[in-house]
Design a protein around this ligand. Structure first.
Ligand code: UN1
Length: 510
């Protein structure tokens, strides 16, 4: 299939609306923004950003939709999500290709991202029959105590360019079965992927009779994000992106005592023990470092290697890097596609300068690729540097395929190094030694939201709660009981007796 056919099969035109209630597109006087593919630099299409009137229309429809949607039985809401999963299965190939073309990740990863949407949809369907609350034993006679979970209302979702469709689905599909309605602001760098999702899902929602407004879309930059952050009609704002963005969103939402769910930067390390299976570790490290061209929040940025295996593992890495195919991500044989845009290339180049200025030693040298196939100017070489953990640049998340190597002699020292960064998302240890593994997972082990043994830092499954500590923002999305963030807990006490005893034994007579 030609790219143009794929785009039109997903509803993407040359010019598109950027605002929707899920059932219809809304006109806006906002700016016309263009989306360029980092793959070949070509314009894919344009969309109009949401102006304040269009924003109001979406929030209005969402407010009305919530009144109706919250009263649908949760399993019925789950059934709508089941139909969404079916539609996504049908569109997996073209949607995966569009993700790859607009964002630049390899086709394997583009398909993988759509698979992640299907997986979370399936999870949400099951969850729709399992929104359990606890029951408690009252201290008073003939009293029953229990808790129940109610939907919150409008959930705002701000997502980043690197997972242009999956991160929205983690939020929206869970929020919907919980009885919430959603308003999504995708990254303006990958808005066409969002529009494609709206074309696929809009039809399902209409056919299922879901109220118009449960699936809102607003497009634009920081200003639209600010509207959502400051809007008291949006009780929960879930935001994925840089720590800088998260601090602004967290402060604005906190100011009005709203809830925020933040999933921000990572600075993820893999520790390679002298007891590691080095061949397994190699796959985890290389995929973790160069997958999505180093633009996952879970990307492996640091490898902390035991001194006894340092040289051997370094050689393996150098060899593996020499085999990497960099180029058109839509070709199935390509490992590494382009960075998202030329700004990202500038950040990458600046980081290389800083690494050298701080005394980093090149193991595999970086640089920008030019010539045939690289005309977009967004292709860079995945590179490796020997550094020290304390370097300023190492403490910072650079969204690019730059891998840092460090050496250790005792595991405690390696764990301390792994923890000694401002971020706390994902971490891993490769070892076949049980004591080492358990120590890494213990209270004095990794301080991250995700800690793995014998698998890398990226590619988390949707079944677990996803998110991290410290500057990563503390939020948890996706599986396990992350759904609780999308609901409000209510404690209920029911007195079925004929007297009114007070708690704590207090006597009060009138
Ligand atoms: C992100 O980069 O924001 O664990 C999300 C992973 C993916 C999700 C990454 N499942 O790498």
């Amino acid at each position: 299939m030609q790219l143009s056919e794929i785009l039109s099969s997903l509803g993407i035109q040359k010019e598109n609306h950027g605002t929707s209630t899920g059932a219809q597109w809304i006109a806006s006087q906002g700016e016309q923004l263009h989306s360029y593919s980092p793959v070949d630099g070509k314009e894919i299409g344009s969309f109009r950003t949401t102006d304040s009137a269009a924003y109001e229309a979406v929030i209005q429809k969402a407010t009305e939709a919530f009144e109706v949607w919250r009263m649908w039985p949760a399993p019925k809401r789950g059934d709508v999500v089941r139909q969404i999963a079916d539609a996504l299965r049908k569109h997996k190939d073209p949607l995966g290709r569009l993700v790859s073309y607009e964002m630049g990740k390899s086709l394997q990863e583009g398909w993988g991202e759509v698979q992640e949407m299907i997986d979370i949809a399936d999870f949400a369907v099951g969850l729709s029959r399992q929104l359990y609350g606890l029951t408690m034993h009252s201290e008073r006679p003939m009293h029953r105590m229990y808790e129940q979970w109610h939907p919150l209302g409008i959930v705002g979702v701000i997502s980043a360019f690197n997972f242009p469709v999956a991160v929205w689905s983690w939020n929206a599909f869970i929020a919907w079965v919980c009885g919430d309605v959603c308003v999504w602001k995708p990254s303006e760098k990958t808005s066409l992927c969002a529009l494609a999702c709206f074309h696929i899902i809009g039809e399902v929602l209409i056919n299922a009779g879901a109220p118009e407004g449960i699936n809102g879309l607003v497009c634009g930059g920081a200003e639209v994000g600010k509207w959502l952050s400051e809007d008291t009609r949006v009780p929960l704002l879930s935001a994925t992106g840089s720590t800088r963005m998260g601090k602004a969103v967290g402060a604005a939402v906190g100011q009005r005592l709203g809830k925020s769910l933040l999933e921000l930067g990572g600075n993820n390390a893999i520790i390679i023990s002298e007891h590691a299976d080095l061949n397994m570790a190699l796959i985890g490290c290389v995929f973790g470092a160069v997958g999505t061209a180093g633009q996952r929040c879970t990307t492996t940025r640091r490898i902390i290697i035991h001194e006894n295996v340092f040289e051997t593992f370094k050689e393996k890495l150098v060899h593996a890097y020499s085999q990497l195919v960099i180029g058109d991500p839509l070709l199935e044989t390509t490992h590494v596609g382009p960075l998202i845009d030329q700004d990202a290339v500038q950040h990458y180049m600046k980081a290389l300068t800083e690494i050298k200025a701080e005394g980093g030693k090149a193991v595999v040298e970086g640089g920008v690729l030019s010539g045939s196939g690289f005309e977009s100017g967004c292709y860079v070489k995945p590179c490796i540097y020997e550094v020290e953990n304390r370097f300023k640049i190492v403490q910072h998340e650079t969204f690019a395929p730059i891998l840092y190597l460090m050496k250790y002699s005792k595991l405690e020292e390696a764990i301390a190094m792994q923890n000694d960064v401002p971020q706390g998302l994902s971490s891993a240890l490769f070892t076949l030694n049980m004591r080492e593994a358990e120590s890494f997972l213990s209270h004095q082990g990794s301080d991250c939201g995700i800690a793995n043994i014998n698998i890398g830092t990226s590619g988390a499954e949707i079944g677990g709660a996803f998110g991290g500590e410290k500057e990563t923002g503390g939020g948890r999305e996706s599986g396990s009981d992350a759904w609780k963030a999308y609901m409000r807990r209510q404690t209920n006490t029911m007195n079925w007796g004929a007297t009114l005893p007070l708690a704590q034994g207090i006597k009060f007579h009138v």
